[in-house]
Design a protein around this ligand. Sequence first.
Ligand code: MRU
Length: 344
Amino acid sequence: MTAPIEPIRLLPGRGIDILDQTALPFAERRLLLSDISAVCEAIRELRVRGAPLLGLAGAAGMAMAAETTPATDEDLSRAAHQINATRPTATDLGRATGDALALARVAGPDAPSRREALWHNAIRMLSLRQAEDQAIGRFGAGLLPPAASVLTHCNTGALATAGIGTALGVIATAHALGRIDRCFATETRPLLQGARLTAWELTRLGIPGTLLPDTAAASLIASGIVHAVITGADRIAANGDTANKVGTYGLAAVAARHAVPFYIAAPTSTFDPACPSGAEIPIEFRSPAEVGGYAGVRWSPDGVDAYNPAFDVTPASCITAIITEHGVLRPPYHAAIADLFRQP
Ligand code: MRU
């Protein structure tokens, strides 16, 4: 049996130990991050990545800030600001730092109490994420036909959540129930989260996997071979519009054109009920250098510009259902999401 994937280990008093995802699949390199600047660098460079894992890293980063500063309200607000600025799209990150700030205030001004409260919060969040993934997996697996072939984008597995994953957790759960024939995974240019990370996880899980260039996804969906497309999310607006890895919108639009179900799998922490629609979701733009080369190899001439959004927004009208840990949401999403946040 393969050892479980641990993208993050929480070490109160020392920092966080991460699996450096930029080195995968060829090296399983672990790094100890012992201050906020190291956490921010790891987030920016995608050493830790995936919306739920970003939330965990944010919560742990706040606990670390309470250890390395006098932990006044100002110190912690500054740390939250620094962490939030690394990647603007994923709701989980800002939510985690905001929750940590609120908890610190409840814990009172005493630094040791704040440290303890913030580490306890991060540790609790880790087990919560794992339980949420299991529930998402069960709800999602129930949507798939027997012997399903599915298509997924980017990486939404254990590496992205520290649990079994969201979209990939659904696929793993369905596979364990004997309901998956094959998982098609897009390579996910420019940073290759599909080719490097999802392919690695599929191999470890023993799920038959087929990698494809992003550009082959439309014709694959049109061919009728794929029974469903399932992806994760970085931020889901109040009306169901969903930001996820760039390329998701194209997959959803083509799936809609060919009447193939398109599912989003995400925990409640990824919803942003204060964001009315996709138009208000902040989209992260990354360096043109990521498009013109990879891992030190360059294939474009120096100085050429590039359009490199990390995410795009899929309109709610293209989404068949959203799978959460509380159940499956169906349109109209405005009402379904409002209900989700009314739950006790
Ligand atoms: O840029 P990344 O690799 O952090 O993008 C990740 C995604 O887009 C995932 O689909 C999303 O965060 C959900 S992870 C369960």
